[in-house]
Ligand binder design. Structure first.
Ligand SMILES: *Cc1c(COP(=O)(O)O)cnc(C)c1O
Length: 358
């Protein structure tokens, strides 16, 4: 359904599909004939428990998650995982691959808990190129990386060969953007507000043997095993977030599943990068196989036109294109909820802006 809303290219909290918002609006006063919204109902009630269990199954179906993995939902921000991971799994030493702002923060957080070691860092190139040499420790507890660095739009193209230790991966800005092989990972986490709905929850997918191997003594809420044991209903879970996430997973299924969603996302990104590469007016920040399909970063050759670009874009219904302050330039976040039409509208605008600026 088209409501003529502007296109939101914000990196997060990010756009949510209009159909999902309309659906939530319809159910706001009365969910499942309960006479109240999902926000007002007990988290131990039958309908809510069914929703929570159903959401786990939806994730298993959509991401093809093997049975030996737990799917957990936590009412904490994504970055709380930086601490939880170290608290649970860092007992001897662990490898951190730093490819951007988020992996750097995760590494810094882990150093407070134990011996976190840099396997490699691309900080010297402003996080824009792949480190040439990555050294994984033989006896690391785990290998940590960030699949898609949201600020720079720097993505790792192959994670499986980085280490033979359990790979722990931050997928906050790319989970559900395309199919992944979950079995390559020990733990995957993603905050909700990029590709999975509103801000306020984090999904954690963790292999059972990794949980069984925990020898640290994380304090109550921080212990993954507690959340697994209570099927994510230990503390009061973020009920509205869970409800919205279930709608997002339904939406993915309606699109034909993750394979179809992934094809569309690759197509969206390919067209935008192609336009930028063909233009003398714009430059992409990341090159080659490390280009993100979710966050496309670019600069205007003449950066004195930045403000004009942003205000003209806004006047054309294209919002939140300003790059992160740490990076500058522009960033078009084209998560699942950004339709191809939005990307085509952006390309048409960029083309027109370049033509009228010379
Ligand atoms: C947004 C983001 C985070 C942080 O999310 P919070 O919920 O604000 O903690 C972490 N990692 C990545 C890759 C992100 O994009």
């Amino acid at each position: 359904m088209s409501l003529n809303r502007p296109y939101n290219f914000g990196a997060g909290p990010a756009a949510i599909a209009t159909d999902i918002l309309l659906d939530a609006k319809d159910e706001l006063l009365d969910w499942h004939a309960e006479g109240m919204s999902v926000m007002e109902i007990s988290h131990r009630s039958k309908p809510f428990m069914a929703l929570l269990e159903g959401l786990q199954q939806q994730f298993r179906d959509v991401l093809d998650i093997p049975d030996n993995y737990h799917v957990l939902f936590l009412g904490t921000p994504a970055r709380f995982q930086f601490e939880m991971i170290a608290m649970n799994f860092l007992s001897h030493q662990a490898d951190y691959l730093v490819t951007g702002y988020w992996s750097k923060l995760a590494y810094d957080a882990a150093t407070h808990f134990g011996k976190a070691r840099l396997a490699a860092s691309n900080e010297a190139t402003n996080y824009l190129t792949m480190p040439s040499e990555i050294q994984a420790l033989e006896d690391a507890d785990y290998f940590y990386c960030t699949l898609n660095e949201t600020l720079t739009g720097f993505a790792l193209d192959d994670v499986s060969r980085l280490s033979d230790k359990p790979i722990i991966c931050d997928m906050t800005s790319c989970l559900l953007s395309e199919p992944i092989d979950v079995s390559q990972y020990g733990l995957i986490f993603a905050g909700q507000q990029k590709n999975l709905g509103p801000a306020g929850a984090t999904v954690v997918i963790v292999r059972d043997d990794l949980l069984q191997s925990i020898s640290n003594k994380p304090s109550s809420y921080c212990d993954y095993r507690l959340h697994a044991k209570h099927a994510s209903n230990y503390a009061t879970p973020p009920t509205f977030n869970i409800y919205m996430m279930a709608k997002v997973l339904d939406w993915v299924k309606q699109q034909g599943g993750l394979g179809c969603v992934g094809e569309t996302n690759h197509d969206k990104a390919r067209q935008l990068y192609q336009f930028i590469d063909d233009s003398d007016f714009y430059d992409a920040m990341v090159s080659g196989n490390n280009r993100s399909i979710m966050n496309v970063t670019f600069r205007l050759n003449d950066e004195s036109r930045n403000e004009n670009f942003l205000s003209s874009a806004k006047a054309n219904g294209l919002l939140a294109l300003k790059g992160h302050r740490a990076v500058g330039g522009m960033r078009a976040s084209i998560y699942n909820a950004m339709p191809m039409d939005g990307v085509l509208a952006l390309i048409a605008f960029m083309d027109e802006f370049a033509k009228t600026s010379v």
